[in-house]
Design a protein around this ligand. Sequence first.
Ligand code: NA7
Length: 508
Amino acid sequence: MNMSVAREHFEPAGAWAAQGRQPRIAIIGAGFSGIGALIKLRKQGYTDLTCFEKAEKIGGTWRDNHYPGLSCDVPSHFYSYSFEPNPDWTHRFSYGPEIWAYMNKVADKYEVKRDIHLNCGVTDLKYLGPQWQLTTEHGDVEIFDLVIAATGVLVNPAYPAIKGLYSFAGLQWHSARWRDDVSLQGKRVGIIGTGSTACQIVGAIAGEVAHLDVFQRTPHWLNAMPQKKYSATWRFMLRWVPGLQLAIRNFMRWLMEYTFARATLGDEKQQQRVQDACEAFLQEQVPDPELRARLTPDYKATCKRMIMCSDYYPALQQDNVALITDRIAEIVPEGVKTADDKVHELDVLLLATGFKVSDFILPTRVTGENGLELAEFWRDAPRAHRALTFPGFPNFFMLEGPTGVFGNTSLIDISEHQIACVIAIIDRMKQEGVAVVAPKQEAYEAYNRAMSRDIGKSTWATGGCDSWYLDATGTPNIYPWLPQRYREDMLNPDFSEYRFEQLPVAVS
Ligand code: NA7
């Protein structure tokens, strides 16, 4: 459904809860979080929902990313909605297309696509007190009582600041903008970056290209991906044995959080176990000591996001693949020139250089109370109250907002808990006739103080590396405690941290 006709919708106005009407809720983004919010809000009886999606299809990161080898490093039965377990997952770690198909199937089943306006980016959100004025890229203006931003984190590609980047004469694209129309068969390909994305791509394309140059700035720690294809019998059992899927989900959650989350959060024994596993994996997979030395990081495993990939090291050792560790000096029309003055000639240059993770909903202009701009509020670094709300921006929620990224766990699970918290807050507004809700400044400050104190103890801060977890202040923009604590906070919100106001607030 597309809104092609500009329209103004300023009714109904005023405080929805006091008027005893449905709140008009805008949801921005139709990825896992946005779809989950639509489903859960409707289930709770909130039916006046409009979702704005900038792209022509739903899917978020699983729509945008479709590079070869794309898979999720969180086990499938944990990387699913809790309310929609899927006995048909074909692998322990799902491949991208299957995840995207699952999301579409769930959206169809719960009939939420009718609430989604595709090709409809939101350019402007302005708080008018107690409502929000939302403007789309088409110039349509609508009024909403509540806004939920479900705009994701790994959204905006980061293009590397390398001299001459756009002077390359061949084809060049970012991993999140994959050119499905170009075959890499028989071509000389270069890839910049050696994060999770690059490792998956290298493993997938090494066998088809004529030559592959892998440009590594920093080596990453890798662990084996214990991939497994599920048999038909196993899937049959999952479908029919009561409780089996839930038990597996819970086990996977425990395993991920017990191993990786603890390893990052000061459990030295656990960190050492992960470290040993990575070192053993490298030793076993790369017999050549010279290559192994170039692949050995000088920082702790778990400092950057742990990469789980079994075909990267074998691919690097193929005859047609070269690991280049000389610094990139510049991009030239023929290819990549390294600091040793060598030009690596290429037909295709792939940028697996990650995402601008500090943007969140930006560049959408969000203006809160008293003209406060979200971009200004985030001038030093993006912060939120419990990764969800912002003082000065009432009736506005952000799923997976700042510090809502966790170490290796399922972000679907996290966003479901955030949605539960948003619903608890909306329910309370409804019960008490509340017009305005926002976190108190002092609660926000106390929460962020505690976070910055404790995040400093994690290996994201102490492990001796640079990573996409670090914000402009050099602080990991990531949750510093075990995910279990966050889930409990979301399920039992402390309402004293919020200001609830019954009367509309005048805005200058
Ligand atoms: P990442 O993990 O941010 O990796 C980006 C890679 O690109 C990393 O190896 C960077 O090197 C490299 N990079 C970035 N800029 C440059 C420049 N200018 N020159 C050379 N190399 C550069 O992104 P991914 O897409 O792999 O993964 C993102 C998340 O997606 C991942 O954590 C999973 O959650 C899924 P560096 O290591 O910084 O030296």
